[in-house]
Write a protein that binds this ligand. Structure first.
Ligand code: DX5
Ligand code: ZN
Length: 229
């Protein structure tokens, strides 16, 4: 049973003209990781950034950098992100034919390996890799943009994944990504989520630090609540 509760602000929603200051603000609020949404305009209808941003972040923060590759052929470039300083590399199950080989290669390169599934992709497609992967990212929006609405069906998927993790005594982290906010984060946590990605509900708020503190408290509270049950 993996009970960790980790808040990972998604820099996709940050003000890139002021990135260093925005990172300081979430650090001050107790952020645990930084989530980097890499998009190629092919796998998803948006284009963001490459390893150069991970390099820049690595120079200004010690927080673990969680890279979410929403790109075609991630095998071609994942080494660049690891060399740039990424701690976690997450690829999409929908986009990798030889997933076992890709996970092994991420490990050989010294990073932790994650696999992401889109809202329409069943948990069952991950069954053969759950014992070797470090993190499963359950998308709670259709990937490509911040500020979307949380897809409610995701709660069922999180519970299913948490139950499967317990059944096979695996220890991977469950990450949920898209549409998280102060209203739904406690319920998401109670379903078994460990890593909470939040973009708009942090970086689009007037007080980024306070927004970070509030979400951090909510995921920690629930953690304590579960422990006393
Ligand atoms: C969407 C990205 C998410 C997104 C989260 O494709 O993977 O990480 O940035 O942003 P919010 O929290 O605003 O939905
Ligand atoms: Zn993401």
């Amino acid at each position: 049973m993996n009970e960790q509760k980790i808040l990972a602000p998604s820099i996709l929603s940050a003000d890139f003209s002021n990135l260093s200051q925005q990172i300081r603000s979430v650090e001050l609020g107790g952020a645990d990781w930084l989530h980097c949404d890499v998009m190629d305009g092919l796998f998803v209808p948006n284009l963001t950034f490459g390893p150069i941003i991970v390099e820049a972040l690595r120079r200004i923060t010690n927080l673990p950098i969680d890279v979410h590759l929403m790109i075609k052929n991630p095998d071609n470039i994942l080494e660049n992100f690891i060399n740039a300083g990424a701690d976690y590399i997450t690829v999409h199950q929908e986009e990798v034919v030889h997933l076992n080989r890709t996970i092994a290669r991420i490990h050989e390169l010294g990073a932790k390996a994650g696999v992401a599934i889109n809202p329409s992709t069943p948990i069952s497609l991950l069954s053969e890799i759950l014992e070797i992967v470090d993190l499963v990212l359950v998308m709670s929006v259709n990937p490509g943009f911040g500020g979307q609405k949380f897809i409610l069906n995701t709660l069922k998927k999180i519970k299913e994944l948490a139950a499967l993790r317990a059944k096979i005594s695996a220890n991977f982290l469950i990450e949920v990504d898209g549409g998280l906010n102060v209203k739904n984060i406690t319920e998401i946590s109670s379903c078994g989520c460990n890593v909470f990605v939040a973009g708009n509900s942090i970086f689009k708020k007037d007080n980024i630090t306070a927004a970070t503190v509030e979400l951090k408290n909510l995921i920690s509270q629930n953690h304590l609540f579960k422990q006393t049950q």
